[in-house]
Design a binder for this molecule. Structure first.
Ligand code: AMP
Length: 357
């Protein structure tokens, strides 16, 4: 058990790091943010900040020497960075989950190997392979880059085989995976936290609605089909977490289909679809992630009241802040980002025990 006053290092300086830092501070820990970006909204609320490149071994070693444990808020931290740090300080969760989550193909193979059901998929390492994959998978389909995809980026939809060339160009001709288009009723996520001793707890699944490939809302209670499929999806995520000897919060995104839950992707970190847990659960994802990596007992993940609605503030949505502040029942989170851009996540707002007007 890491005593209060210890320092938790976080790789990545975005809003997830910011909310982790707030939770860590509440438990008496100091936080040291390491991120290459000029703007770090996590560093604004942390005790220490190193702004340096992911491959700066000198700065990484100094960071490790200053931390009692290191975690990450960003799944595209280079694996080499984490490998280097792991020679100096404990990293939780470990490197294996990160490595798998960074590679869409490896992730699907890993999950299928554990008995999970991803959408039908085929590897597309080059343009010629796309034709073979289309013949096998059919249309409609989605071409997704193997690496660095998030919030619908690095994806192209194909309605017919004629879309092959434009789709290949749209993803900048990177190695990819072709996925069959899944007909789903709803999207949901399974959010779990696993402690150092293997104890695993789940939050209730929310129904997630995306707009332009970006999460727009997460709400509870979810429709009955999600309640029916939640246990099967949880069992898969528990298997994944155990196979990785995972410590911390792990997220799985699923499609609820007529044939059961279809695995979409996982994130080895706290997740946007779990933001509602800050106020909507007894102990939320950020505090429980810090508890897990610090070796503390896990907190209760039960939902405190229904309904719960979490709405993202994306781009111009931030203009609704005055109205949200005027609504005394809205829990407003502003991430402190200075630049407003379309599609950029700038904050979120949560209602617990009531719905937004
Ligand atoms: P992803 O970045 O893979 O989570 O994809 C972003 C969003 O695109 C998902 O949340 C779905 O709404 C949609 N999507 C992704 N893959 C599929 C698929 N195979 N079939 C249907 N919709 C998909």
């Amino acid at each position: 058990m890491l005593p209060p006053g210890s320092t938790i290092g976080i790789l990545g300086g975005g809003q997830l790091g910011r909310m982790l830092a707030v939770a860590a501070a509440q438990l008496g820990y100091r936080v040291h943010i390491y991120a290459p970006d000029r703007e770090s909204v996590a560093a604004d609320v942390a005790a220490q900040h190193t702004q340096a490149a992911w491959d700066d071994e000198h700065r990484l070693a100094a960071f490790a020497a200053n931390c009692d444990v290191v975690t990450y808020e960003f799944e595209n931290v280079p694996v080499e960075t984490v490998r280097f740090l792991s020679g100096h300080v404990a990293i939780r969760p470990g490197i294996e989950g990160l490595e798998i989550a960074q590679d869409r193909l490896a992730e699907k193979q890993f999950v299928a190997g554990l008995g999970g059901r991803p959408a039908p998929f085929a590897a597309v390492p080059d343009r010629a392979a796309l034709d073979t994959a289309l013949a096998a998978i059919g249309v409609p389909a989605i071409l997704k880059t193997v690496r660095m995809g998030y919030d619908g980026k690095g994806q192209a939809r194909l309605a017919s085989a004629d879309d092959a060339d434009p789709a290949w160009d749209a993803i900048d001709r990177h190695a990819a995976v072709l996925e069959g288009f899944v007909t789903f009723a709803h999207e949901f996520s399974v959010l779990l936290v696993r402690g150092i001793d293997g104890e695993t707890r789940f939050w209730d699944s929310s129904v997630n609605v995306h707009r332009d490939g970006i999460l727009a809302t997460s709400s509870l209670p979810p429709p009955p089909i999600i309640l029916d499929q939640q246990d099967e999806a949880r069992a898969l995520m528990a298997k994944i977490a155990a196979a990785l000897d995972y410590v911390g919060v792990l997220t799985g995104e699923f499609f609820a289909t007529a044939d059961g839950p279809v695995f979409n992707e996982m994130a080895p970190r706290v997740h946007n679809s779990g933001h509602w847990t800050i106020e909507g659960a007894v102990v939320g994802q950020f505090e429980n992630h810090i508890r897990a990596v610090a070796g503390l007992p896990l907190g209760d993940t039960a939902t405190v009241a229904l309904p719960v609605v979490m709405r993202n503030l994306i781009g111009a949505d931030i203009g609704s802040l005055p109205a949200l502040f005027a609504d005394g029942t809205a829990h407003v989170h502003h991430y402190g980002k200075t630049e407003v851009r379309p599609g950029r996540k700038l904050g979120h707002v949560t209602w617990v025990g009531n719905s937004p007007a």
